[in-house]
Every structure is written in C-alpha cells, then in structure tokens.
Design a protein around this ligand. Structure first.
Ligand SMILES: O=c1[nH]c(=O)n([C@H]2C[C@H](O)[C@@H](COP(=O)(O)O)O2)cc1CO
Length: 148
C-alpha cells in the first residue's frame, strides 16, 4: 500500500516530533511516499536539495499523491500546502484521514472539518486525538481499511 503523509513544512515545523511518530507507525502499513516531511533536516524553508526547486517539488508530490492508496494528514499546524494536498486528494477521490489535536486550542478550518463524510467516492475522515493516542488511532484506521 502506498501512503501519502501530509504535514506542515513552510507553515511551521512545530509539530515535527508528532509527524515522526505518525510516519514511523504508518511504515507498518505500507510505503510512506512523503517520508521526508518527518525529517529533522528539513526546516520551515522547505527542501532545498531539489535541483528543479519548487516546481520539481510540486510535480513530484502530485505524482505521489496520484499514486497513493490513502492520504493521512496531520492538520493541527495550519499549512497552505497541506490544505492544497487534501483538496487535490479529494478531487482524485482518495481515501483521506485528517488528524487534529484540540489541545492546540486552534479551531480547525471549516474547509477540512466540514468536508467530513463521503464526497463523491472519496472517503474523508477527520479524527480529533491526543498525542499519546496516535498509534492506537492509526491501528484502528488501518485495521478497518484492511477489512474493506
Ligand atoms: O519543501 C517542500 N516539500 C514538500 O514535499 N512539501 C509538501 C509536503 C507537505 O505535506 C506540504 C507542506 O506544505 P507547506 O510547506 O505549505 O507547509 O507540502 C512542501 C514543501 C515546501 O512548501
């Protein structure tokens, strides 16, 4: 199974440690195409190693998104890129799990919270969680997925 993980980069790297926990757990279920989102060496300036710059990042990520079987997005730290990826994934009719931590005291965008449910044939889920529960939530989600 190919998994596309979305997490904030230029939107701010405050939640990097939780992205690392999520990606580590996701690797039990398939290949995480966007593992780099959880790398310590990517700052909020973004990847700079790519010769083609932002255009190459965009094209690579859109190909990975098209290739993915499931999209998992940590949406607590607001990010234009993550919002864009979720919108594109919805248009591509992907299965999407958005993870949000209410303990942040942020209020999740209505464009994410309000999209929950079945949109076309994309299955869009929003899950509120506490950091310590994240592995269990992913176990349940992928357990259910395996049954379908
Ligand atoms: O360098 C990058 N590499 C990259 O893969 N992305 C993708 C993956 C992330 O899920 C998302 C983050 O968007 P943003 O940088 O706007 O927070 O965009 C985004 C950037 C920088 O915008």
């Amino acid at each position: 199974m190919y998994i596309y993980f979305c997490g904030s980069i230029r939107g701010g790297r405050q939640d990097l440690k939780i992205y690392q926990r999520i990606v580590k757990k996701l690797q039990n279920y398939g290949q995480v195409l966007t593992e780099h989102v959880s790398h310590d060496d990517i700052s909020e300036k973004g990847e700079d190693a790519t010769l083609g710059g932002d255009k190459a990042i965009y094209e690579r990520d859109m190909e990975w998104l098209a290739q993915s079987d499931v999209v998992v997005a940590e949406v607590t730290q607001p990010s234009l890129g993550v919002g864009y990826e979720i919108g594109q994934a919805t248009a591509m009719k992907k299965r999407i799990l958005c993870l949000f931590r209410p303990s942040s005291e942020r209020v999740l965008s209505a464009m994410i919270r309000g999209a929950e449910g079945k949109l076309g044939s994309s299955v869009f889920q929003v899950q509120d969680y506490k950091e310590e529960d994240v592995e269990g939530i992913l176990e349940n989600y992928f357990g259910e997925l395996a049954k379908n």
